[in-house]
Design a protein around this ligand. Structure first.
Ligand SMILES: *[C@@H]1O[C@H](CO)[C@@H](O)[C@H](O)[C@H]1NC(C)=O
Ligand SMILES: *[C@@H]1O[C@H](CO)[C@@H](O)[C@H](O)[C@H]1NC(C)=O
Ligand SMILES: *[C@@H]1O[C@H](CO)[C@@H](O)[C@H](O)[C@H]1NC(C)=O
Ligand SMILES: *[C@@H]1O[C@H](CO)[C@@H](O)[C@H](O)[C@H]1NC(C)=O
Ligand SMILES: *[C@@H]1O[C@H](CO)[C@@H](O)[C@H](O)[C@H]1NC(C)=O
Length: 662
């Protein structure tokens, strides 16, 4: 079957000016390859495929001795307590997409978008209101905007300079990349961070700022100036001895050049740095007077921290000296100190940011730089780690954290498109840490007024951490972790809580019942069988970016003594909804896909394949279905609110749906 090419006008939109093809992969009912679905060490030992599908399964750490108590009591205060974070948003967690892979992850160009990516963003929009995505990374510093590229491509790697083989080949791109970002923002509520290339400040390339501002407008949140400048000397991009003051001077030079550039109108509050990777300490940069010197231009402060690196293996080959054994390092991700250790180093800086009214951004992070570790970065353990780490950063007054997305050669991706040559028969692979982003979005909700506190629960046992979230002034949610793996069930715990009136002398505030959603898998080592509230994205090559299965929210009836018991499996995470917050939901069955009738009612067209296209209902996000993957709407009846992507549809007029043919 070869469905026709269809065009639909959306007459209710203000300006009809553009055409978008929502790109469908043609599914042929082909299931996963054996390489990806094999598991266990035998398969892993002989595995030679891409890191993104590495089948390594590690051993879960043994139950610690002594094990954490499996029953404990937590008193909670109904009114806000001292020590809460600043107000946080449901879009606290976002993504950092390596510049060189945007043509794989986001789309081929502005008219050829990746449907799974749209769905993945839509899921988060539904829960957290919007999504922040940074396009950048190591490859941003040597990226160059050009007018055109051969074959009408939007990006291409520069040829290796044979005279100077140590020079990193740059990425050349056209304005099509920026148009693609704008067109994505027309469909889902995504806002963007970009970076100004800084490999050569005597010969600046400001094209991305000029064209980015013109094309993205308000969707552009800011420009990163310098990607991990504390690595520049080490990577021989700057002379030895390159200092924080040198970096600050170069920041100033770019700032001045942007201000002098007639094609750039907004510089105030648009730039950010220093995006340190841990070689320099933040104080080294603050001590130069960085904030005062660039106060007008600074829109936020940023860091770029990974807890570990796998660079020895990557650069030195699999048997390189100094390489990290994933099994050895795995336990270091599996307790509460993992996130705390990172966050603790930035508490003075986040306080400084607050004093200066500046948001504090973790612009790039993940389990380990240089691609992560097999069996660690793609395990359920990494989901537990990312969830606790994200909440810990939020508690520590970071305002945003972006999980890095690389290509096929990394273990840690939150989502990975199939290799280009397999895109007709494989779907996407959703990594465990993507589930963490969903859970964090739900933990904060859409009010932008959620404040979080680390409860130091269970006598501060590092294997059973918990957080409370106040939404506005209402105690709204609890986030409870159990890091232990024990299939016998003996280390499942029961947290009993009561809600009191706090200092206000209110009556007992324990509700009659609460709702609970679980993030679970059989083991911290598991790579598949991960479910959030009973739903999953499946295993390798199985997802179109929509959750499958029935969403299961458990209702727990509290006891007559005004306490509630919440069980948390080993391993597992529970998000407990304590109160009904107006505008916030705990079920997301209405992350929308559109029925034929709903679409034809509003669109000037005779027919549409029901599985072809769905658009935003303007409030809860949208699902952009892929043809044939699972026919019909997965979640309840369509409800159409007639403003397509109210959240920022930018003059989007015509949408076409193009099926890829074999
Ligand atoms: C986008 O890519 C598709 C597929 O390669 C191509 O047919 C189309 O012309 C491209 N559009 C633009 C605007 O470059
Ligand atoms: C900076 O990157 C551009 C694009 O890759 C390249 O042409 C230029 O030579 C680089 N400059 C330096 C000093 O490395
Ligand atoms: C976060 O900021 C709030 C408000 O300034 C402050 O009270 C709290 O102590 C900070 N949290 C941490 C962990 O520093
Ligand atoms: C776990 O995942 C595998 C592969 O996706 C699947 O075959 C199996 O049925 C799942 N097991 C459970 C208990 O869900
Ligand atoms: C979407 O892409 C098309 C083709 O590049 C372009 O003409 C149009 O302006 C884009 N739409 C937006 C909202 O940027």
């Amino acid at each position: 079957m070869r469905p026709p090419r269809l065009y639909y006008a959306l007459p209710f939109l203000p300006i009809v000016c553009s055409s978008i093809t929502v790109y469908h992969q043609q599914p042929f009912g082909v299931t996963t390859t054996t390489t990806a679905s094999q598991s266990g060490s035998a398969a892993a030992a002989s595995y030679t495929g891409a890191a993104a599908y590495d089948p390594t399964i590690l051993n879960p750490p043994p139950v610690p001795d002594p094990p954490p108590p499996t029953t404990f009591f937590q008193q909670l205060s109904s009114s806000p307590v001292p020590g809460l974070s600043i107000p946080q948003s449901g879009y606290f967690y976002g993504f950092s997409v390596e510049f060189s892979v945007v043509n794989q992850v986001l789309g081929l160009n502005s008219t050829h978008l990746q449907v799974p990516f749209l769905n993945l963003m839509s899921n988060i929009q539904a829960r957290g209101g919007s999504v922040r995505v940074r396009v950048g990374g190591n490859t941003q510093d040597s990226a160059t905007l050009v007018d055109t590229l051969p074959g009408n491509k939007m990006m291409q790697k520069e040829a290796q300079d044979t005279a100077n083989p140590t020079k990193t080949p740059g990425t050349m791109f056209t304005s099509e990349v920026l148009k693609m970002l704008a067109n994505i923002s027309g469909l889902v509520n995504v806002n963007w961070y970009l970076g100004v290339p800084m490999n050569d400040t005597s010969n600046l390339r400001l094209g991305i700022a000029e064209v980015g501002e013109a094309i993205l407008g308000d969707r552009l949140l800011g420009f990163q100036i310098g990607n991990e400048p504390d690595q520049y000397a080490g990577h021989k991009h700057r002379p030895e001895g390159y200092s924080p003051q040198d970096y600050s001077n170069e920041f100033g030079a770019i700032d001045a050049a942007l201000r002098a550039d007639g094609k750039v109108s907004a510089v105030n509050g648009k730039l950010f740095g220093p995006s340190l990777s841990g070689v320099w300490q933040p104080q080294d940069v603050w001590d130069t007077g960085f904030i005062e010197d660039h106060r007008q231009s600074l829109g936020l402060l940023s860091m770029s921290i990974y807890p570990n690196n796998n660079c020895a293996k990557v650069f030195g080959g699999p048997n390189a000296e100094g390489g990290v054994d994933p099994q050895q390092i795995f336990p270091s991700y599996l307790d509460h100190t993992a996130g705390q250790k990172i966050a603790a180093k930035y508490l003075e800086s986040t306080a400084l940011a607050q004093q200066n009214n500046l948001p504090f951004l973790m612009v790039e992070t993940n389990t380990a730089s240089c691609g992560g570790f097999p069996g660690v970065s793609n395990s359920f353990g990494s989901a537990m780690w990312a969830l606790d780490y994200g909440l810990q950063l939020a508690y520590s007054n970071f305002t945003t954290a972006l999980l890095h997305v690389g290509g096929q050669g990394v273990y840690y991706n939150p989502f990975t498109p199939p290799p280009t040559n397999q895109s007709t028969f494989h779907q996407w692979t959703i990594g465990p840490i993507y589930y963490s982003v969903l859970a964090v979005a739900e933990a904060f909700g859409t009010s932008n007024k959620s404040r979080i506190i680390d409860l130091q629960m269970n006598a501060n046992n590092i294997y059973t951490p918990g957080y409370a979230i106040y939404d506005g002034d209402v105690l709204a949610r609890l986030a409870l972790f159990n890091y232990i793996t024990d299939p016998s069930g003996a280390h499942e715990y029961t947290a009993t809580f009561a809600i009191g009136g706090g200092d206000t002398g209110q009556p007992n505030g324990t509700p009659p019942q609460v709702k609970v959603k679980y993030l679970v898998a059989p083991s911290v080592s598991s790579k598949e069988n991960i479910t959030w509230a009973g739903q999953t994205f499946g295993g390798a090559f199985e997802s179109d970016g929509r959750l499958t299965g029935t969403e299961t929210v458990q209702t727990i009836t509290c006891k007559s003594d005004n306490t509630c018991d919440i069980k948390v499996p080993a391993p597992g995470f529970a998000l407990v909804f304590l109160a009904d917050i107006p505008g916030d939901a705990e079920t997301f069955g209405d992350v929308k896909t559109f029925s034929t009738t709903a679409l034809t009612k509003t669109i000037n067209t005779a027919s549409i394949d029901p599985t072809s296209l769905a658009t935003s209902n303007g409030q809860k996000g949208a699902n952009f279905m892929q043809a044939g993957t699972s026919h019909g709407r997965p979640n309840g009846a369509a409800r159409f609110v007639p403003h397509l992507a109210v959240a920022g549809c930018m003059a989007l007029g015509l949408i076409s749906v193009l099926w890829r043919t074999m």
